[in-house]
Ligand binder design. Structure first.
Ligand SMILES: *Cc1c(COP(=O)(O)O)cnc(C)c1O
Length: 428
């Protein structure tokens, strides 16, 4: 059968707002219209809807350039100066820069920038410190614990005994007396602090004291706030935790990936737990992109950004409360807002469906009380786009109208599109 290549669409800019894509997007469209078309459509989706998923952000063109660079071709098992493959001079240089920048940015004695994701970082931290069957105390999944904090379908729930702490059902805040009581009763080998939806800062000093009292390691899973920490807009767990795990792609605004920070005494164990225990070759293009993101996060303008992200989340939380949503913990200290739409007559799932139909993309999440789900939103991406406090008020107003199913659906979708397109993530 003759193979026919579909006619290439005209090489047009990828989106009306000039959304950035890897340099050769025109060539990709011509060579592979099927995937090229998908990338084009995704760029259009990101530019015409509101990205309110708390774990997402828009990376810079420089980060995207590093991801699309020839370092993607390089095999580099091992660590700088000790690789299993030849030709690693530039790979070594890139990883050394990433490690140096991570250590400086977070004031850490040691950094491992190889974890492929936040989950890989947590896996390696457990592998470095624990044996299968050990007990770990972490935030319970119904309160915002991550899958790696003991979910039955995750390696963590299968290989370790998890005890879960919760939050006070009235305040929504971590109940440190309960954490301490559970630690005394269960004698965990490690305590994990960090969550996917807790909108307040963990009290790292209290966690440290509890861990010391029972002789446990303290692992901070700072996947969400790591960017706020980099910008000085959230307290750092580095002085308190034995190991800090994080992602590089949330508020931190780098490539999709993970990282681990620790003191010198655990450095070798952490490195061996990443490679060769849980991973193979390092993804050098991603590591170069992490270095770029760390460089960006060290700039004064990034600190302004991080503080703005929190200010925007506070404005959004207060405005959503005025719209009738119940805000867990009564507000936020971070980029995360968790809202219960029950007072508006729907649960989180129905609310999300309506909001998605209007072009506002977000997650549902567990609420600290009852079985109904709430919605979780974050301000990292919309703030990167350049939105301001007035835009947050507009978003809250749109939320109210959409969730209450007031007004014309088409008009609301058009308003969301206009707001998104007025603030292109990749102008120019
Ligand atoms: C996002 C997140 C992770 C996992 O990150 P992935 O890159 O998706 O594996 C782990 N822990 C917490 C607390 C997170 O928020």
């Amino acid at each position: 059968m003759p193979v026919t290549t579909p006619a290439a669409p005209a090489a047009a800019p990828l989106s009306p707002s000039g959304t950035v894509m890897p340099q050769d997007s025109g060539a990709l469209l011509r060579q592979d219209p099927e995937i090229g078309g998908i990338l084009l459509a995704e760029a259009g989706r990101q530019a015409s809807t509101l990205q309110l998923i708390a774990a997402e952000n828009f990376t810079s063109p420089a980060v995207l350039a590093a991801l699309g660079s020839p370092l993607a071709n390089k095999y580099a098992e091992g660590y700088p100066g000790a690789r299993h493959h030849g030709g690693c001079e530039q790979a070594d240089a890139a990883e050394r820069v990433a490690v140096r920048r991570a250590m400086a940015l977070f004031g850490a004695e040691h950094a491992n920038v190889q974890p492929h994701s936040g989950s890989s970082a947590v896996l390696a931290a457990y592998a470095a410190l624990l044996r299968p069957g050990d007990t770990v105390l972490a935030m319970g999944l119904p309160y915002g614990g991550h899958l790696t904090h003991g979910a039955p379908g995750n390696f963590s729930g299968r290989w370790f005994e998890f005890a879960g702490y919760g939050v006070d059902p009235d305040s929504g805040l971590i109940d440190y007396a309960q954490v301490r009581a559970l630690a005394r009763a269960r004698r965990p080998k490690a305590i994990v602090c960090g969550s996917i939806s807790y909108p307040r800062h963990p009290d790292y000093e209290q966690f440290r004291a509890i861990a010391d009292e029972v002789g446990a390691y303290l692992i901070a899973d700072a996947a969400h706030p790591m960017g706020l920490i980099a910008g000085g807009a959230a307290p750092s767990p580095v002085p308190y935790a034995d190991v800090v795990c994080a992602t590089t792609h949330k508020v931190l605004r780098g490539p999709r990936g993970g990282m681990i920070l620790c003191g010198v005494e655990l450095a070798e164990r952490i490195d061996r737990a990443v490679f060769p225990f849980t991973q193979g070759g390092a993804q050098m293009h991603t590591i170069a992109a992490k270095a770029v993101a760390f460089g960006e996060a060290a700039s004064p303008s990034y600190a302004v950004y991080a503080h703005r992200v929190v200010a925007h989340a506070r404005v959004l939380a207060a405005a959503l409360e005025s719209e009738g949503f119940e805000i867990t913990t009564g507000g936020t200290d971070t980029h995360i807002v968790v809202a219960d739409p029950a007072p508006l007559g729907v649960d989180g799932r129905a609310a999300r469906e309506r909001l998605m139909a209007a072009g506002m993309v977000l997650d549902t999440c567990a609420l600290p009380y009852g079985d109904a789900r709430g919605i979780r939103l974050g301000t990292a991406a919309v703030t990167t786009q350049g939105m301001d406090e007035d835009d947050m008020l507009r978003i809250a107003g749109l939320f109210g109208a959409v969730v209450r199913a007031e007004g014309d659906t088409g008009r609301l979708r058009a308003e969301v599109r206009e707001l998104a397109e007025r603030n292109p993530p990749y102008p120019g």
